[in-house]
Write a protein that binds this ligand. Structure first.
Ligand code: GLU
Length: 355
């Protein structure tokens, strides 16, 4: 009996030892790098003028050794570009790679380093095409890595702290910049120079990072990630959608590229004045687009407030879609993905109601 007891004890201890060998000491965070100012270098620490995307991900990680206090870190360079050159191919590569990585039990969260110029578009694209509830966080910098008070290292640290936190699950894709955590649906780059450039002017930030921990105030009710119907697994190209910008005295000829079938546009976002309003000079060209089967979405050139359905424009009569809270560049993202599913304007409107 005594022998049996000690045998059982030895067995329990052996199992515990094996289990603890497999138990994680820290979360595993995977960093996908795309370039941008966070990886930029300049000749001067104090003057403007630098080249984005010069520093490889390994150097960015080793410049912030504190990251390893938060998580086990792995880095992978996807591209090295200024995000003004972002394109559909990089978006598709990112979405597919993130879905692949997050399907593994070994990975707890993803950080993407990215230029700030188009960060909000990439964030929203991934918000609709990543199908996991694990945290996905974009970050970047407004000052190059060689500048005095470069903001990249702390932004990267806060992004990893957020991606490593179980509390960041189910919140959709996020942007972490200058201490704030912003949701992909509402965040916008608001200032060309300031480190406080990312804001959500209508909704406010989801939270902030304090002492290496995310703290939360809001969550989005828009559909994202695990609720999203958009699947790019088998896509190599996305439908072509462009943006036309309105202003006083705008001429209908700005619509010519969209109406030329040789250019292959399937959709156009009208960045209208006020509540997505349309100049009489351009109205017939937008109707012509609909007659050619091109989807037309009304958004607004204003930075805040929704573009509402059926206000000064009879959307039903013209078969136009209203973008609600999405600015033109994010409306373009949703329309591209919507057009992978349907060309019916009422079905497209439903996507704009829900996402
Ligand atoms: N234009 C560059 C980019 O978006 C610099 C802006 C930045 O990263 O802050 O990559």
């Amino acid at each position: 009996m005594k022998n049996l007891k000690s045998l059982a004890l030895v067995a329990v201890m052996a199992i515990a030892t094996v289990m603890s060998a497999f138990a994680k000491d820290k979360p595993d965070v995977y960093i996908l790098a795309t370039g941008g100012t966070i990886a930029g270098t300049g000749a001067s620490a104090v003057a403007s003028g630098y080249t984005a995307g010069q520093v490889a991900i390994e150097s960015l990680i080793s410049a912030v050794p504190h990251l390893r206090d938060l998580a086990n870190i792995t880095g992978e360079q996807i591209v090295s570009i200024g995000s003004q050159d972002m394109n559909d191919q990089v978006w598709l590569t990112l979405a597919k790679r993130i879905n692949e990585l997050l399907a593994s039990d070994d990975i707890d969260g993803i950080v993407i380093t990215h230029g700030t110029d188009t960060m909000e578009e990439t964030a929203y694209f991934l918000n609709l095409t990543v199908h996991s509830n694990k945290p996905v966080v974009l970050t970047g910098a407004m000052r190059p890595s060689t500048a005095l008070s470069a903001d990249g290292p702390l932004n990267l640290y806060n992004a990893v702290a957020t991606a490593a936190s179980p509390s960041a699950k189910d919140r959709g894709v996020m942007v972490v910049m200058n201490g704030l955590i912003l949701g992909a649906h509402g965040t916008q780059k608001m200032n060309t120079l300031s480190v406080q450039t990312f804001q959500d002017p209508d909704g406010g930030p989801l939270g902030y990072v304090y002492n290496s921990e995310p703290r939360w105030n809001l969550c989005t009710l828009k559909k994202h990630t695990t609720q999203s119907v958009f699947d790019v697994t088998n896509l190599d190209v996305l439908p072509k959608v462009g943006i036309v910008y309105s202003y006083s005295n705008v001429d209908a000829d700005v619509m010519s590229p969209f109406l030329n079938p040789a250019n292959g546009y399937q959709g156009v976002i009208h960045a209208g004045v006020g509540n997505g309003n349309i100049h009489k000079n351009i109205f017939p060209a937008l109707d012509q687009a609909r007659a050619q089967g091109i989807a037309v979405v009304r958004s607004s050139r204003l930075p805040t407030g929704p573009t509402t359905l059926y206000d000064e424009v009879d959307d039903e009569a013209h078969q136009f879609v209203a973008s609600w809270e999405l600015n033109p560049q994010k409306a373009r993202v949703l329309l591209m993905l919507g057009l992978t599913k349907t060309h019916d304007w009422k079905e497209l409107q439903k996507y704009f109601d829900e996402y």
